[in-house]
Design a protein around this ligand. Structure first.
Ligand code: ASP
Length: 343
């Protein structure tokens, strides 16, 4: 007899389970368990579903690394009891949380599928039901007794993406996410099509959950006219250990001496600076233009085609592990869990 998969549904907050305040009309998290009882479709699924909630559920704009750790611990403590996990999360910072979890769960053999919605599950025109039901079905997919998708993913509006490749691109359309540098893992239409060639291949090693993250990092987006005193002030933030520098195009930046010298001084004093493009798609290729040649020479780390969300999570994850600048650079430029293309 076939084993019926059991799925853990973890509600962390976000629009999907929010209710409108009758006084102000603004949305705030609600008791998701109560709302879920109004969705009879859950009972029709070919798997059993149990729910737990983060206490209290929050709007994802309030999510921070301590919540990421709390979510990871909830999954870790239930890991052996369930076949798959669906994390309901606000879309605003879903790409950040899910990227972080992809680094934290080493040797993951069960799916962790993030989803949410643009409209609350109780709204007439909601996108929540489809997102929720298909996310559960994906988490329950099995082949030869093993999970089909053994990685952290994000399902939204008919597409399943590798979570650490996603970015929220739209605040109102149902298609809120994109993964411009990596193809989808699955697509939901009349049939649920899984693109096996895009899925991470796992060996049989034992799960390790890493909970040490270093938050002494920053994000700096350059712009034409950026002033030397602004950058100097920014880089002199006490205890700053890592920085994601969002540059133009394929990793280009002003080639003026003051700019490059300021970065060089910080790198020499131990700051790890990762070059990530401001473009939504494509890759950093330092040295392609004169305006990125010196960045390469002074030792900027290439973020290649990584997203900013993923680069921030990767910095937090790698900083406690690699103290030596050379080791750090090698490991940042290498894929940990499919977040960066290696060539
Ligand atoms: N502000 C909400 C959140 O991120 C938006 C959403 O759920 O999509 O929690």
């Amino acid at each position: 007899m076939n084993h019926k998969p059991n799925i853990l549904l973890l509600y962390t907050g976000g629009t999907i389970g929010m209710m409108r305040s009758s006084q102000t009309g603004s949305l705030k998290p609600f008791n998701f368990d109560k709302l879920l009882r109004k969705i009879p479709e859950i009972k029709l699924l070919d798997c059993s579903v149990e729910t737990i909630s983060l206490h209290p559920p929050i709007d994802s704009s309030n999510m921070c690394p301590t919540h990421w750790i709390a979510i990871a611990e909830l999954i870790e403590s239930n890991y052996d009891k369930f076949d798959g996990f669906v994390v309901l999360h606000g879309s605003d910072t879903m790409s950040y949380t899910s990227s972080a979890l992809s680094f934290m769960f080493e040797n993951l053999e069960k799916p962790i599928v993030f989803t949410g919605s643009q409209l609350p599950i109780g709204d007439l025109r909601t996108d929540a039901k489809e997102n929720l039901i298909t996310a559960i079905q994906i988490a329950a997919l099995q082949k030869n007794g093993k999970a089909v998708i053994q990685e952290v993913s994000l399902y939204f509006e008919y597409k399943l993406y590798r979570a650490n490749r996603t970015t929220k691109i739209n605040a109102e359309q149902f298609q809120a996410f994109a993964s411009l540098n990596y193809p989808p893992l699955a697509e939901s239409g009349v049939h649920l099509k899984v693109f096996e060639e895009n899925i991470l291949k796992r060996d049989e090693s034992k799960l390790k959950v890493h909970k040490e993250l270093d938050t002494c990092i920053g994000l700096l987006k350059i712009f034409p006219g950026i002033r030397p005193d602004f950058i100097k002030h920014y880089l002199s933030t006490p205890q700053l250990k890592g920085l994601v520098l969002e540059t133009f195009g394929s990793g280009n930046a002003p080639s003026e001496d003051w700019f490059v010298n300021t970065l060089e001084t910080s790198i020499k004093s131990g700051l790890m600076i990762v070059n990530v493009t401001q473009c939504s798609g494509g890759s950093v290729a330092m040295g392609q233009y004169e305006t990125s040649e010196r960045l390469k020479q002074i030792g900027l780390i290439s973020g290649k085609d990584i997203t900013t969300e993923s680069a921030l999570a990767k910095l937090m994850f790698l900083l406690p592990r690699y103290k030596d600048a050379k080791d750090f650079k090698i490991n940042f430029e290498r894929a940990v869990c499919g977040e960066i293309s290696e060539n």
